[in-house]
Design a protein around this ligand. Structure first.
Ligand SMILES: [Zn+2]
Length: 244
C-alpha cells in the first residue's frame, strides 16, 4: 500500500484528475479491511466484473474505475514485473535483513513477513515521494471529502453482497488510515504500522523493531524510488492485469 505513490502516478498520467479518480487510486487496498478480498480489485477478472457493474448500474462512479486502473498499473510494477527482476520493485528490494526484522517484529510466518516487508518498501517510496511533493497529502484529503461515502458504500455493498452499514464504516476507517497520519514524519509511520497491524492483523508489533524495519526500508528505497516511479510512469503499460 502506497497511497501517495498511486495518486502521484495518476497525477502524472492524467491531466483531468478528479476526486473519484483519486479515491479509485486507493480503493483496491480496501481489501485490507477484509470486507472485500485481495483478488477482488487486484485480479483482472474481479476488476473487470466490478467495472461492468459500475458502468451499468452506478455510472455516476465511472471515474472511480480510471483510478482503479491507475492503481493496477503501479501495483504491477511494484508486485510482479520491474525491469529485469523476476518480481516487482518492492519484492525485489526486500533484503534478508529487512525480512528478518519484520519477521521478528510481528512474530508471523514467512509468507506474511514477506508481504509485510513489501509494504515497508512501498512505504519508503511514499515517504521519499511526499518530501518531494507534500501537496499530495492535501490532494488526497480534499478529494475524499468530495466523495459521497454513503452512496459509494451502497454501490460496493450491492456488488460484493455485504452489509451496507458495515461497508460504510469500513470505508471510513480505511480512508482514515489514508489521511490521518502525517506521512512526512517518520514517527507517524511507526504509529501507522503499529495501528494497522493491531487493527487489521490483530498483531501487536514490537515498536523498537518496527522503527528499525522502517528505517531500513526507507534507506533501501532512498536511491531507487525515483527511478521506480519514473520507469512505471514511462511504461504506459495500462492494460488491466492480475496483480496479486
Ligand atoms: Zn494494491
Amino acid at each position: 500500500m502506497f497511497f501517495n505513490a498511486h495518486v502521484y502516478y495518476a497525477q502524472r498520467v492524467d491531466k483531468n484528475l478528479d476526486a473519484l479518480k483519486v479515491a479509485g487510486c486507493l480503493l483496491p487496498d480496501f481489501a485490507s479491511t477484509s470486507l472485500i478480498a485481495w483478488d477482488d480489485l487486484h485480479k483482472k477478472k474481479g476488476i473487470l466484473d466490478f467495472f461492468e457493474y459500475v458502468n451499468k448500474s452506478a455510472s455516476q462512479f465511472s471515474s472511480l474505475l480510471k483510478g482503479i486502473n491507475y492503481h493496477n498499473t503501479l501495483d504491477y510494477s511494484s508486485h510482479l514485473k520491474y525491469k529485469n527482476s523476476i518480481t516487482g520493485y518492492s519484492y525485489a528490494s526486500i533484503t534478508p535483513e529487512l525480512f528478518n526484522l519484520v519477521k521478528k517484529s510481528l512474530h508471523v510466518e514467512d509468507a506474511r513477513a514477506r508481504a509485510s516487508s513489501h509494504n515497508l518498501i512501498e512505504s519508503g517510496v511514499d515517504y521519499h515521494l511526499l518530501h518531494d511533493h507534500p501537496e499530495l497529502a492535501d490532494l488526497i484529503k480534499d478529494s475524499l471529502k468530495e466523495i459521497n461515502m454513503q452512496e459509494l458504500a451502497k454501490v460496493m455493498s450491492a456488488f460484493y453482497k455485504k452489509d451496507e452499514q458495515e461497508t460504510f464504516t469500513g470505508l471510513k476507517y480505511f480512508f482514515f488510515f489514508a489521511t490521518d497520519y502525517d506521512l512526512k514524519d517518520f514517527d507517524d509511520w511507526v504509529r501507522l504500522f503499529i495501528d494497522l497491524n493491531k487493527f487489521y492483523l490483530k498483531v501487536n508489533a514490537d515498536e523498537k523493531l518496527t522503527r528499525q524495519a522502517l528505517e531500513l526500508a526507507f534507506n533501501i528505497t532512498k536511491n531507487t524510488y525515483k527511478e521506480y516511479l519514473e520507469t512505471s510512469i514511462a511504461s504506459k503499460n495500462t492494460e488491466i492485469k492480475d496483480c496479486n
